[in-house]
Design a protein around this ligand. Structure first.
Ligand code: SF4
Length: 80
């Protein structure tokens, strides 16, 4: 379960409850200017966000396999 996935938020469904920010501040943040949840990182493992996904009352934290041109597929420069 350590495959890299692409993370997104369904902003239409999001209630802005801040649960994900409190649970996982290294990945989710609150953008004051746009008044919405933003992602600090778009490429994550399922383990990193599983608790936030379970807690989200609107089921709007989504994971998908990286698309062909996704930055998530670039090799990790620290992993030579
Ligand atoms: S937990 Fe879900 S509904 Fe709440 S702010 Fe995060 S994404 Fe939005």
């Amino acid at each position: 379960m350590n495959d890299i996935k692409e993370l997104s938020i369904n902003r239409v469904a999001c209630s802005k409850c801040m649960g994900c920010v409190e649970m996982c501040p290294e990945i989710f943040a609150w953008n004051e200017h746009d008044e919405e949840i933003v992602l600090r990182r778009q490429c994550v493992t399922q383990n990193e966000v599983s608790e936030a996904m379970a807690l989200c009352p609107r089921d709007c934290i989504e994971l998908s396999d990286p698309s062909a041109d996704s930055p998530c597929l670039l090799p990790d420069p620290t992993n030579d």
